[in-house]
Design a protein around this ligand. Structure first.
Ligand code: LLP
Length: 422
């Protein structure tokens, strides 16, 4: 469900015709719908209304301040994986005591900063990290609540590049080593092990891997309590998939049923780190057709967005819906085309042999389901400017990240001292 719909033949974001935004800010640009963000958050939160639950929005999916503030206003916490994300979460209005810090390679200075902020929980992923955190916490005279992230060795049955819960993945501490890790944490000063964390991958379209992982967490909590650890919460990560292509995806309520049956009776606070599920369908990337070119064997629709703006098709062979901003006439003949960007490599392809209505130079197109892992993964490859981001709410819209200028791009770099630089 999203709020990008045709109204009188024109694609709108809520009440705003997207063509109007394109006129004002130029293309390409990202556009996010507040109503969709809010709806997804509420559907997820309501599925756990009968539990003690904390939803920590995973900023990595979309770290725009306007998006963060939208969730902060709904009472969300945040899951962050770097000092930059932690700073953005705080700047977006998320209280420190609702922030968890995940990641396999938090640096010592990031750990120190997180302790200074007094965040809710640090999810520790290795013994060396545990030792470092303890040392830093002691030097600051504080004690940090921590989770130990376990690697449950579960196949998430998702794209290989976004699977994280198999033993060959770099994430977490092997479940069989968890009791030893908790024992070590309990004897170290400055850390208070209160939680078990797990995250097995992203874009899961099947609940079974979640069920297996969460049952392993429940068994481990029982074992750890038997060993005298006071486990107060479990952090179940993110990962629930979304429909990119009208796939059948379990609803949050179905996911919640699996969660509750596996860990609902532990008496633990439940923590979640959803990313994609909250923002994916709440964003689109709007682009203008530069040329339509007939190649030797295919037709190419060359648009002004490129792989640097939206990496997912190039990186994961991801399928994204593409529609023109002007609604095609009913029954119009569709013709296959490759939708490509201007970047100088063949992986700069948004869609291959996609049936499209007639398209001409200058037409505006929307690439759907671009709210998650879109703008955050953008780069300036080919010295392209980062696409701006726009947030819509009903009849209002606002640029929440402007397009930089070429002057700014050039100012970011300098010559070496021996080349006459400063
Ligand atoms: N928690 C942890 C520890 C994570 O590593 C992730 C995602 C999440 C939560 C949020 O997962 P979500 O609910 O969004 O599935 N760039 C890839 C996705 C990478 C996901 C990384 N970790 C893509 O575009 O598909």
């Amino acid at each position: 469900m999203n709020h990008f719909q045709y109204i009188n033949g024109e694609l709108h974001a809520e009440d705003i015709p997207l063509a109007r935004i394109a006129e004002a800010v130029g293309t390409p640009f990202y556009c996010y719908s507040t109503a969709t963000l809010e709806r997804h958050y509420k559907v997820f939160a309501e599925a756990f209304a009968d539990q003690q639950a904390t939803i920590c929005y995973a900023l990595k999916a979309n770290a725009n301040l306007g998006v963060i503030r939208t969730f902060a206003d709904l009472g969300s916490g945040a899951d962050v994986v770097s000092e930059g994300e932690l700073r953005k979460a705080l700047a977006g209005g998320i209280p420190a005591d609702k922030i968890v810090f995940s990641g396999v390679g938090k640096t010592r200075s990031e750990l120190a900063y997180a302790l200074d902020c007094g965040i809710m929980q640090l999810n520790v992923e290795s013994l060396p990290e545990l030792e470092a955190l303890s040392e830093i916490a002691v030097s600051k005279g504080v004690t940090a609540d921590i989770a130990i992230r376990i690697n449950p060795d579960v196949d998430a049955r998702t794209h290989e590049k976004i699977s994280t819960g198999k033993s060959e993945n770099k994430f977490g501490i092997n479940a069989s080593q968890a009791p030893a890790a908790f024992a070590r944490a309990a004897e170290l000063p400055g850390v208070n092990p209160v939680s078990v964390a797990v995250h097995i991958g992203s874009q899961l379209t099947d609940l079974e891997p979640f069920r297996i992982a969460f049952e392993r967490v429940a068994a481990l909590v029982g074992e750890l309590r038997g060993l005298g650890h006071d486990i107060k919460r479990v952090d179940l990560g993110g990962g629930l998939g979304i429909p990119y292509r009208e796939e059948k995806i379990p609803l949050p309520i179905d996911y919640a049923a699996v969660v509750k049956s596996a860990v609902g009776n532990l008496g633990c606070r439940l923590m979640f780190e959803p990313g994609r599920m909250l923002v994916g369908n709440a964003g689109i990337l709007v682009s203008r057709v530069i040329y339509v070119k007939q190649g030797g064997t295919r037709r190419f629709v060359i648009v002004d967005a490129a792989m640097n703006d939206l990496m997912r098709p190039a990186m994961y062979d991801a399928w994204h819906e593409i529609k023109p901003l002007k609604q095609p006439e009913n029954g119009v003949a569709m013709e296959p085309a490759d939708v490509v960007g201007p970047a100088c490599e063949s992986s700069d392809t948004f869609a291959r042999q996609r049936p499209l209505p007639p398209v001409r130079d200058g037409d505006l197109m929307a690439i759907f389901t671009a709210g998650a892992y879109g703008a955050v993964m953008a780069s300036t490859y080919n010295a392209r400017l980062l696409a701006p981001e726009v947030l819509v709410r009903g009849p209002e819209w606002s640029v929440v990240r402007p397009r930089p200028s070429y002057d700014e791009m050039l100012r970011d770099e300098s010559l070496a001292s021996w080349q006459g630089g400063g």
